[in-house]
Design a protein around this ligand. Structure first.
Ligand code: NAD
Length: 311
């Protein structure tokens, strides 16, 4: 199968490319290298250096790549950046996405798999609950709004033009190759700090030293596997949470990372951060029925530790 991965030079996209290769498929990459890196793309994989905001270049790349299926990972992927520059977020995530859909339609691509977000679409998840695929959507940032709008556009392209789509709503993804210098990615930031012996900062959830916000940390290999299965048509659901379903506080995460790296970095508690969702936790039943048990945090962190300790 010919697979085009947009954002294939980025953190998650590069794992989709790697799994596509080892699954015997023929991947290519479309990326503008704004956050992606050339060394993330395996040798021999064709790269279309292209910005999705460029309509003509996007159409040309899809014409040349002739993919059967597109895994759409490219995005302005930061919530804080979307707050500071909502227009940029709309240009990349909405208009760039539309350029991709128009190009897919013109080149008779059969199927698009979309990297959406659970955390930024479901918003605050009350204590004792998990957000499942039918939970209300309460996006609170331009990033979440544009991701949700693009999901809905995919629905229009499916019903009006027969372009099949699968929406994957990721929880908080972590693993090798995540950039510790980006806006998000607390796991990568903590590994980086721990290795350098610098403090790990725990932003409180509400009150001082309360352990911080609760997140659903999901290993990148599970996310790539979900993409591969969706691309081959083996996910029977048009919408799927890609999540572990396990709650972890920032403090618990920091402690596990210190133990894995043998670091003596201090833990520093800080005031709650404006705009942070206190509790984000997704239901993983549908994921488990389709893909089996998600990778436990201890296992995924151990693999991630090996990667950062080798850097
Ligand atoms: P990333 O920044 O590592 O990857 C994004 C890739 O897209 C990069 O290679 C970048 O160069 C490319 N890109 C950005 N703008 C582009 C443009 N205009 N044209 C072409 N390429 C462009 O981020 P990531 O964490 O790997 O995220 C991948 C996808 O998963 C994104 O769609 C993101 O919104 C989504 N997501 C990520 C998480 C997470 O926890 N990392 C959670 C939910 C959803």
């Amino acid at each position: 199968m010919r697979v085009l991965v947009t954002g294939g030079a980025g953190f998650i996209g590069s794992h989709v490319v790697a799994q596509a290769l080892s699954g015997g498929h023929e991947p290519s990459v479309l990326d503008n290298f704004s956050t992606g890196k050339r060394e993330n793309v395996p040798p021999g994989v064709r790269v279309f250096e292209c910005d999705l905001r460029d309509r003509e270049a996007t159409a040309r790349a899809i014409r040349e790549a002739r993919p059967d299926v597109v895994s759409h990972q490219a995005a302005q992927a930061s919530v804080p950046v979307s707050m500071k520059d909502p227009r940029l977020d709309a240009e990349v995530n909405l208009l760039g996405g539309l350029n991709l859909l128009e190009a897919c339609r013109a080149s008779q691509v059969k199927h698009v798999v979309f990297a959406s977000t659970g955390g930024a679409i479901y918003g605050e998840v009350p204590e004792g609950e998990r957000a499942d695929e039918s939970s209300p959507c309460r996006p609170q940032s331009p990033y979440g709004i544009h991701k949700l709008a693009f999901e809905q556009l995919l629905g229009v392209y499916a019903s009006a033009y027969g372009l099949k789509s699968s929406v994957l709503r990721y929880a908080n993804v972590y693993g090798p190759r995540q950039d510790p210098h980006g806006e998000a990615g607390v796991v990568a930031i903590f590994f980086n700090q721990a290795r350098a012996g610098r403090p790990l900062q725990i932003f409180s959830r509400r009150a001082s030293k309360d352990g911080g916000c609760v997140r659903d940390y999901t290993f990148v290999a599970d996310v790539a596997r979900a993409n591969l299965l969706a691309m081959t048509g083996a996910v029977p659901h048009p919408l799927l949470n890609v999540a572990s379903g396990q709650p972890t506080t920032t403090l618990e995460l920091a402690q596990q990372i210190l133990a894995l790296t043998g670091s003596t970095s201090p833990l520093v508690h800080a005031a709650p951060r404006l705009g942070d969702i206190e509790r984000s936790l997704l239901a993983s039943q549908r994921f488990e029925q389709t893909l089996g048990t998600p990778t436990p945090l201890a296992v995924g962190l151990a693999e991630t530790a090996r990667y950062y300790l080798e850097q």
